[in-house]
Every structure is written in structure tokens, then in C-alpha cells.
Design a protein around this ligand. Structure first.
Ligand SMILES: [Zn+2]
Length: 163
């Protein structure tokens, strides 16, 4: 990242939700769904997180809030999955985010590719991730990563043109 998050400000919260989604709430706070963790392979999880980290890195302001928050994944279970994950809080509920603008989404995809390159991954990781989300999610509407505006198709072609 150009503006790295400090370890003590980084928070990743897992929502117990079957859908594939993730969001950046600003301030180095991230949300991921259990559906994403269960269904994504490593490269796709990386692609999704690269996009969300790109929003953070680019300073895209987002208001994200949880509706109906409540614990549903045991802290002990979570500790097994992610040892030492004191900063990770499980949540149940629906994530409501103000959608990013089209410009911000394209910028985050492009910056995600830059971030992936820095750690040795090709742009195809991002393109494959978007295609996978499209196939897995159909037309479902959600905030965060799955913001349907712009359409995933358009985001994929924009990335392909970039290469
Ligand atoms: Zn986004």
C-alpha cells in the first residue's frame, strides 16, 4: 500500500452471510462475508481484498454500517481459523454501504492490479476474480464489492484494455 495501515488500526470483521461480499469501511476497517471465505480460493480472496485495500489506499470515503449486528461465530472458532486474531470480530447482520462511484470502482480495480503486481501476482488474478463473482452471484444486488454500478462486465473489459 502507498499508505499502509498500522497493525493497531487494522480491523477485519467477518459477517456470517452466505453471499460473496467484502467492503472497506475506511480507517483500515474491512468486512468480509463467511460466504466469501468459504467459496473463494486463495487467489480470488486475494483479488477481492486487493480491490478493497485499493479503496482504502486511495482514500475513498465510505460510510459503512452494520444493521442487526450480533455475534454468531464463536470467538473460539475464529481463533482456530485465524490464530491471534484479537482484532477480528464476528458479526451477523447486513452490511449497508454507500456505493462507490463508478470512477472509484474503476480506480480501485486498477490500483488493485498495481498492488497485486507488487507482491508478484499478474493482473489476471483480478480479472479472474471479477469473472468468478459474476458467475457466482448472478444479478444479486449488494453493497461493497458487489456494487452493481458499474456492471462487472464493464469492469472486466476496462481491466482487459489496461493490459
Ligand atoms: Zn469497490
Amino acid at each position: 500500500m502507498d499508505r499502509p495501515c498500522q497493525p493497531d488500526e487494522l480491523r477485519v470483521q467477518i459477517m456470517n452471510e452466505p453471499t460473496i461480499n467484502a467492503a472497506n469501511a475506511g480507517g483500515c476497517q474491512f468486512f468480509v462475508t463467511s460466504g466469501l471465505l468459504q467459496r473463494a480460493n486463495d487467489d480470488r480472496l486475494l483479488g477481492v481484498m486487493a480491490h478493497e485495500i485499493a479503496h482504502q489506499d486511495l482514500g475513498h470515503a465510505v460510510k459503512a454500517q452494520m444493521l442487526g449486528a450480533g455475534l454468531s461465530i464463536g470467538a473460539a472458532l475464529l481463533e482456530q481459523i485465524l490464530p491471534g486474531s484479537g482484532a477480528i470480530a464476528p458479526l451477523a447482520g447486513t452490511l449497508i454501504t454507500r456505493g462507490h462511484s463508478r470512477t472509484e470502482e474503476y480506480a480501485a480495480d486498477r490500483h488493485a492490479i498495481v498492488l497485486l503486481r507488487r507482491i508478484g501476482y499478474p493482473p489476471e488474478v483480478m480479472i479472474d476474480t471479477l469473472g468468478w463473482i459474476q458467475r457466482s452471484s448472478g444479478d444479486q444486488q449488494a453493497g461493497g464489492f458487489l456494487s452493481t454500478h458499474p456492471a462487472l462486465n464493464d469492469r472486466i473489459s476496462a481491466l482487459k484494455k489496461m493490459r
